[in-house]
Design a binder for this molecule. Structure first.
Ligand code: BT5
Length: 309
């Protein structure tokens, strides 16, 4: 399903959610009464429950989870986002997002979800698998900042679960990975598309092989809803993207407060090279500062392992 900003279906949906007669809804959305009736049928096919009363008209009683129309409304509030794609299954939302612009892409499952460096992201039904594709005029060197910003957005969205961020791109709940972020960059310097892919385990089962280091939110909150988590992430991405790059300093300070990595003994591996020491800071570009007997090193990306537990 594809929904563009200003789509009449969104207007109808909002009116049906509030409740109103077919005539009122048709007028507010600028469509015919038959169009409203057809749309209600479509909503029912998608799993929405709409109460129809002769006098009071239509009223939304319940929504499926995930709820594509609630999610489209949330995604289209992000500055710069013009379209929302909702898939039942796709190979990878990041792969798809590279082919479109100024869009949010969501899929209920992925057949080949991607992690960094060619790794796999397990994407069973029940999770949030989303990618934000934005045309941004920022230099390539700023991409790590967008990754950090997105990690903070997810961490804020999962605040109720005591989420923390592990440098550079993991979000942890109870010390286990609940979310991963894959940022990619397409195009040329200063005229480029940034694709931020976010995977969150919400109601999906985590494969047995990952159980000791991964967690799904339903393990700590059996009532958690995919739509709610997606909406919160969109809200936080909106807030942080509106503040970027002007308020980068404040964003970084908050990132550090929510960091699980600063202060720990770490081993960071980057293209076969290893840096071992204590993570003491993240600098203005988002690089991790590691101090060891050999001095201070800055690592701009890589795999980070904790060595003190
Ligand atoms: C990441 O990679 O953490 C980035 C994951 C990004 C996934 C999103 S989903 C939407 C969008 N579309 C895509 O195709 N991708 C993005 P990395 O740091 O390389 O971590 C990958 C490692 O995390 C794997 O090697 C596993 O050890 C572990 N892992 C895989 N699936 C997991 C899951 N569902 N939950 C927790 N850990 C997982």
């Amino acid at each position: 399903m594809k929904v563009e900003r200003g789509d009449r279906r969104l207007l109808m949906f909002q009116e049906i959610e509030k409740g109103g007669s077919g005539e009122e809804i048709a007028e507010k959305a600028g469509v015919s009464r038959t169009a409203v009736w057809k749309f209600v049928r479509r909503l029912e096919e998608l799993g929405y429950e709409v109460e129809v009363d002769r006098k009071s008209g239509y009223r939304l009683v319940s929504s499926p989870d995930p709820s594509p129309f609630h999610m489209a409304l949330a995604a289209l509030k992000i500055p710069g986002v013009e379209r929302y794609y909702h898939f039942d299954e796709v190979d990878s939302t990041n792969r798809f997002a590279k082919e479109v612009s100024n869009a949010v892409v969501f899929s209920e499952s992925q057949s080949s979800g991607r992690g960094r460096l060619g790794r796999r992201w397990e994407s069973e039904r029940g999770g949030v698998y989303m990618s934000l594709s934005l045309n941004m005029t920022i230099p390539v060197s700023e991409i790590p900042k967008v990754t950090l910003l997105s990690g903070l957005a997810v961490c804020r969205a999962l605040e109720d679960y005591g989420a923390r961020i592990k440098w550079p791109n993991d979000v942890l709940v109870g010390g286990k990975k609940v979310s991963g972020i894959l940022s990619e960059f397409v195009g040329e310097e200063m005229a480029a598309k940034v694709v931020v892919g976010i995977g969150v385990n919400v109601r999906n089962r985590v494969p047995d092989a990952l159980r000791d280091r991964a967690i799904s939110l339903h393990e700590v909150d059996e009532n958690v809803r995919i739509t709610e988590i997606f909406t919160r992430i969109c809200e936080q991405l909106s807030n942080l993207l509106s503040a970027f790059p002007q308020k980068w300093g404040e964003i970084l300070e908050e990132w550090k407060r929510l960091s699980d990595t600063i202060g720990r003994e770490v081993r960071v591996s980057l293209y076969g090279e290893e840096v071992v020491g204590k993570a003491v800071d993240v600098d203005a570009d988002g690089g991790l500062i590691v101090v060891s007997g050999e001095g201070r090193r800055k690592v701009i990306s890589g795999e980070c392992f904790y060595t003190n537990y």
